[in-house]
Design a binder for this molecule. Structure first.
Ligand code: AMP
Ligand code: ZN
Length: 479
């Protein structure tokens, strides 16, 4: 098997992936800030992380993977205070929605889901280590990190700090690139807002210290892989490195992987721009989780992904093609024996699938390997050349594909229903209905009755009744 190659933001290069301990991967992924519902841009990054962990598992690595929920943050504290609720009460709805979304999108649970509010002591202890190593100074009840003392500051994002005054302080965790300055490790309480009474004084942690403290608690002082969206490289991850390495004197993370953004009309999808969709928005329009997962996963993670509804419809068709193929394999009876060259063809597809993912998680290349085989096998089936003896190996390959891509089934129907997916109000547009009917007619034409029946059932589940007229045309109406 080829060596796994990954792009490391730290070196700026694609490198062979070699974990510290053979067979084990310690990985930390920055999770959502639970002050609102996550949007599908966030899920692009979370699906990328999921594909990475699933591929590493497929390759036999044992995963120690941590995803945190950022449930302390200036916006959360301010919103909770405004709503007259404590932090847990305020964030719970968004945390639950996030877990539901992950299940719906087949994002596997990591070995540890953790929350910042459960780790305040660990953060305080890390700040105390930084105080002992004289990387901090206090001002008006807050504690700041002195960036000028950490000589390697900027090594991840390659930010140039020349011209930026040392010792200028920012309380805001998310600042623009131009204003890199000392950042707050611990923030003095604000009137009317939540704070913790601790050994370093009353207050609340800064965002960056949360991830350093939690990552090292669960994974040790040097991680194998740290992931996040590209917007986190600076300042968040740069500050995580500065804090962790100043405390331990050891490298904090060996491989840094960053997912590029999901864009809408050329702009980053973000809560602050207001140009975002949640999963609920898409389900309400009748789109399936598997189609979204396909759309998010099909573009390699280091390329920007432009979100469009056309793209989502294409993704739906691609998933459908794979499912029809799987159905065909499972439910048809092919003549006994083997088709000459087919076994080698399947083995080559499996090899190319693995080579694609080993190539810095090139999902497009891996998917091409799958679809090429599907096309060729379908042709062989249409020509009645495909043989029963090749079914098991083909299904096994599809199974390997699905261990990583996880889109051959949309599971958890009850939950989807509760989220508004699949209900009659979900409202398929006329064009979407016509499209499904055309797909069904095409399936009947190629005598793929299982697929045709599935489309009829899907339409019926979504409140559409079909009537086949004698002349071969199809009429439909809403229930
Ligand atoms: P947040 O909840 O803002 O902390 O973001 C959670 C994750 O989503 C982080 O890894 C972000 O980098 C990532 N993220 C935010 N916006 C986008 C986007 N438009 N495309 C891809 N990832 C994003
Ligand atoms: Zn983080």
């Amino acid at each position: 098997m080829p060596e796994i190659q990954l792009h490391n933001t730290l070196s700026g290069k694609v490198e062979p992936f070699v974990p510290q301990k053979p067979g084990e991967v310690r990985m930390y992924s920055c999770g959502p800030t639970v002050y609102d519902y996550a949007h599908i841009g966030n899920y692009r990054t979370f699906v990328f992380q999921d594909i990475l962990r699933r591929f590493l598992k497929l390759r036999g690595f044992q995963l120690k993977h941590v995803i945190n929920l950022t449930d302390v943050d200036d916006r959360i504290i301010a919103n909770a205070a405004a709503a007259g609720r404590n932090i847990r009460e305020y964030t719970e709805q968004f945390a639950q929605a996030f877990f539901d979304d992950c299940k719906t999108l087949s994002i596997e649970a990591p070995e540890h889901w953790i929350r910042a509010t459960d780790h305040i002591d660990d953060m305080v202890q890390l700040i105390q280590r930084l105080q002992a190593n004289t990387y901090t100074y206090a001002s008006e009840g807050s504690i700041y990190y002195r960036i000028s003392k950490f000589t390697n500051y900027g090594k991840l994002s390659k930010i140039d700090l020349t011209g930026i005054q040392a010792g200028a302080r920012v309380d805001n965790d998310r600042y623009e690139k131009e204003s890199a300055r000392d950042f707050a490790l611990w923030k003095a309480p604000k009137p009317g807002e939540h704070f913790w009474e601790t050994a370093i004084g009353p207050g609340r942690p800064g965002w960056h210290i949360e991830c350093s403290a939690m990552a090292m608690k669960y994974l040790g002082e040097t991680l194998d892989i740290h992931t996040g969206g590209i917007d986190l490289a600076f300042p968040h991850h740069e500050n995580e490195i500065a804090q962790s390495e100043a405390a331990t004197g050891k490298p904090f993370a060996r491989y840094w992987l960053h997912a590029e953004h999901l864009l809408v009309d050329g702009e980053k999808m973000s809560k602050s721009l207001g140009n975002f969709f949640t999963l609920r928005d898409l389900f309400a329009k009748g789109h399936k989780p598997s189609a979204l997962r396909f759309a998010l996963a099909s573009v390699p993670y280091r390329k920007q992904l432009n979100f469009t509804f056309d793209g989502l419809t294409q993704a739906t068709n691609s998933v459908e093609r794979l499912r029809n193929f799987a159905d065909r394999l499972k439910h048809r009876n092919f003549p006994a024996g083997r088709l000459g060259g087919m076994a080698a063809r399947i083995a080559k597809a499996a090899e190319e699938f693995d080579a694609g993912l080993s190539d810095d998680l090139n999902t497009a290349r891996a998917l091409a390997a799958v679809f090429d085989l599907v096309r060729e096998a379908n042709i062989a089936m249409d020509k009645s050349e495909f043989r029963q003896g090749d079914v098991a190996a083909t299904l096994q390959f599809l199974n390997t594909f699905d261990k990583v891509f996880a889109m051959l089934e949309d599971h958890d129907a009850a939950k989807l229903q509760a989220l508004g997916y699949g209900s009659a109000e979900a409202g398929l547009s006329d064009a979407e209905i016509e499209k499904l009917i055309a797909d069904r007619t095409a399936a009947k034409k190629r005598r793929d009755f299982a697929a045709a029946d599935r489309i009829r059932k899907e339409l019926s589940d979504r409140g559409i009744i079909l009537e086949d007229a004698k002349d071969g045309s199809v009429r439909w109406k809403r229930k």
